[in-house]
Design a protein around this ligand. Structure first.
Ligand code: NAD
Length: 479
């Protein structure tokens, strides 16, 4: 599969002629090539986007919305192709791509197609003196950079609102999972999205990603990825006064009280720990359990998790697929070693899995549960972003809160209790941008989404992201 850049509605090889390998995580084998794009490709895309901006930004919002719906329909028409591509490229179970990733990409385009028709701005009256009204104008050419864990889900989460708000976009999917981003460019060609409105470039972060971040004509950057990368991007973009939205890493607490609905909590906690091989920024990787049920929980949870099937992502019944790359698998395994050195007990898992046949060289790790670590242990503090969770007991609400907040991150938190007062109070105190009470990953696309502390700056979702992708201009008229 030879992937190409999408610039000015054309599918092109990178100008430098260089390519990278695309590796299938389930097999460890190269199955395609990716453009190794450089700054000259970004320049070409920016020129196309600048030329497209006047007509795209002045197009009636209902017309822009129709393009969003057409893209959604275009993905729907090639649904199974997107599903297979996402699973092959990322290593995730095909059932997950079918149930979550591709439906969500479709919803993103539909949601922001509708949202732009409902986007209004404010007016502030100074009775008898003046009236202020606020214009919310598209910014111009914007950059969208996304990670590998939910490739098209997160790519479209940025692109759709940026386009709907009237911007022209230079977008880069992760070089680790470029395939559905490429299929999206084919869909945009099929539906006749005007040339230059969306440009999709492939390649590495330090090359093409950096060229997007530092290009003087790209006025805003929406980035989702690791906290370390976010720091680099912020350091470069801030002195250029670019608008920045940073959705970064997490180390999310899953707080479980003895008074919760135990069975529902247990089933959901298996999912919130290990869905997508634990490679969802919102996974609860630190399970914090009230001491009254600690022993029972560790036993029941370990029993359930040890029965989970790790298998070929292409098989419909597979619950856990491959980790995304060899280097990522090695990073995850190295954290398990660190946990052992720090005195942790591996309750289940803790090792790579060797499968048969076509998957014999794949990057599979058994879901791993670690107990007995101190709150300051590295596996309780640092993001592992894989199928590894820790369990820590607590004896009071205050202790649970202190454990939950005792990390540099602040993305999401899950609270399990039937005491609604306790849940609300804790939700109020916990340092997280997203809190779930008695559920996990229940998403309403209208709600603000993002993290506190080292988990990011800014909020995406709903009208928040339309505000991010527009400049507010206040106009004051004297009466
Ligand atoms: P990453 O930071 O390595 O890469 C993310 C993207 O940034 C990729 O497209 C990459 O090519 C690009 N990039 C890398 N260096 C760059 C640079 N110097 N300049 C510009 N672009 C650059 O992250 P990853 O490993 O792909 O993804 C995993 C991380 O993403 C985890 O930390 C996870 O928590 C985080 N994440 C956060 C959210 C969220 O919503 N907060 C969602 C998903 C993933």
């Amino acid at each position: 599969m030879r992937i190409q850049n999408y610039i000015n509605s054309e599918l092109l090889d990178p100008q430098g002629g260089k390519h990278l390998d695309n590796i299938e995580p389930a097999t460890g084998k190269v199955f395609g090539t990716i453009p190794d794009s450089q700054s000259e490709d970004v320049q070409m895309a920016v020129e196309a986007a600048q030329a497209a901006f006047p007509s795209w930004s002045s197009l009636d919002h209902n017309e822009r919305a129709k393009y969003m719906f057409a893209i959604a329909d275009g993905i729907r028409a090639r649904f199974e192709e997107f599903v297979a591509a996402e699973s092959q490229d990322n290593g995730k179970p095909i059932s997950l791509a079918r149930a979550v990733d591709i439906p969500r990409a479709i919803s993103n385009f539909e949601h922001f197609g509708h949202a732009i028709t409902q986007f209004s701005s404010e007016s502030h009256s100074m009775p008898g003196v003046a009236i202020n009204y606020t214009l919310r104008q598209p910014i111009g050419v914007v950059g969208c950079i996304s990670p590998w864990n939910l490739p098209i889900y997160l790519f479209s989460w940025k692109i759709a609102p940026a386009l709907a708000a009237g911007n022209c976009v230079i977008a880069k999917p992760s070089e680790v999972t470029p395939l559905t981003g490429y299929l999206l460019s084919e869909v945009c060609k099929e539906v006749g999205l005007p040339p230059g409105v969306l440009n999709i470039l492939h390649g590495t972060g330090p090359a093409v990603g950096d060229a997007i971040v530092t290009h003087p004509k790209i006025k805003a950057i929406s980035f989702t990825g690791g906290t370390t990368t976010g720091k680099i991007i912020a350091a470069k973009a801030a002195p250029m006064f670019k608008k920045l939205s940073l959705e970064l890493g997490g180390k999310n607490p899953n707080i479980i009280f003895a008074d919760c609905d135990y069975d529902e909590m247990l089933n959901t906690t298996v999912r919130s720990s290990f869905a997508n091989q634990g490679q969802i920024c919102l996974c609860g990787s630190r399970i914090i359990v009230e001491d009254k049920i600690y022993e029972k929980f560790v036993k029941d949870f370990t029993e359930k998790v040890s029965r989970m099937e790790v298998g070929d992502p292409q098989n419909d019944g597979t619950q856990m697929g491959a980790l995304v790359s060899k280097s990522h698998m090695e990073k995850v395994l190295s954290y398990i070693e660190i946990a052992k050195e720090e005195g942790g007990t591996i309750e289940t898992g803790g090792h790579q899995v060797k499968l048969d046949d076509r998957c014999s060289d794949g990057y599979f790790v058994r879901p791993t549960i670690i107990t007995g670590l101190s709150p300051n242990a590295r596996c309780n503090q640092e993001e592992i972003f894989g199928p590894v969770v820790t369990i820590t007991p607590f004896s009071s609400v205050e202790e649970a809160l202190s454990l939950a907040n005792g990390v540099v991150y602040g993305l999401s938190c899950t609270i399990w209790t039937s005491n609604i007062k306790k849940a609300h109070n804790l939700a109020n105190e916990v340092e997280a941008g997203v809190v779930w009470i008695n559920c996990w990953l229940l998403r309403d696309l209208r709600t603000p989404f993002g993290g506190m502390k080292a988990s990011g700056v800014g909020r995406e979702g709903g009208l928040e992201v339309l505000r991010f992708f527009t400049e507010a201009k206040n106009v004051c008229v004297k009466l």
